[in-house]
Design a protein around this ligand. Sequence first.
Ligand code: OSB
Ligand code: MG
Length: 370
Amino acid sequence: MRIAAVGLSVLRMPLVRAFETSFGRMAAREFVLVSVEDASGAVGWGECVADADPFYSAETTTTAWHVLEKYLVPAVLGRSVPAASDLPAMWTRVRGHHMAKAALEMAAWDVDARLRGQPLCERLGAAARPIASGVSIGIEGSIPELLDRIALELAAGYRRIKIKIKPGWDRAPVAAIRDRFGDVPLMVDANAAYTPADAAGLTGLDEFGLMMIEQPLDYGDLLRHARLQAGLRTPICLDESITSPDVAADALELGACRIINIKPGRLGGFVASMAVHDLCRAAGVPVWHGGMLESGIGRAHNLHLSALPGFTLPGDVAASRRYFVPDLIEPPIDVAPDGTIQIPPGPGLGVEPVPERVAACRMHAVRYHA
Ligand code: OSB
Ligand code: MG
């Protein structure tokens, strides 16, 4: 492909429901939408998962825009590349900024697959299959409200429930869920809200048979996660800590986790995500696909990547309507009554952004051409 033009826009979309985690409350998503145009006119899309605020990651919409505009787009514009997997080598001088890199690389993967007339998952080496989907439920105002929310999600078909926890909102909601919903597949995500001194409280969660505890400690705390895991029956899953294939390899060698959450934005794209997938698969460590409250563009990318065989646990890849009404894309992503989601068929992502919907939430836009 020859990268003839790249478009960048900032979109702001209100969420259907505000989402609260240990790091804050989000009522809308602000993100950079990237388009990559091949010389033939074929267009691919990518969604940057950096948010307006640096609360989950250091990157923000503004830093992503800056790095894309000043470094990443100039590195690829007008260049011919055999495959999307060649892009990361073109910006090795740029440190960090994984979410900005991932958005551009993933847009290139979409064009690459469209040019070959292949669904993106096949381009990644995986056959389409139904993707098991779970839901991530934010911190709610009260336990009864949380239980009502879970009842709705189970009725919608979702088969795995993840709740957000923080000190003071952990044991009681988990006990209440076990009480009301029995042994429903359940996991918790702390988004780094605990310290090693809280370890006793986390060990207390062992009696509830959770699938995993996601990211209990701080981002850089591999060693402390390993110590915590040694005293915990429940598997630890790392999300925020896993920023590269090397860090993933270190985490496994140290015993810092028994499960890994893959998010292409956090890892810097599909090339790095596939490397983490492959090393986990070789080590017999299950992976699952995380979510960042993406619009349908990022959601479709996540589904295609989830077709790889190492994704053996349900992902945070739920239906469009849980997040945005309407979603940016047609057709929307829907969940089946058995809690699975079909990968959109057709070339590339298999979904298209609807121009009027993009225009309605666009705050600014630029197009660069070679
Ligand atoms: O930690 O997995 C996380 C959303 C934003 C930032 C971080 C996380 C999340 C979620 C939501 O848990 C997952 C989703 O439904 O997209
Ligand atoms: Mg998480």
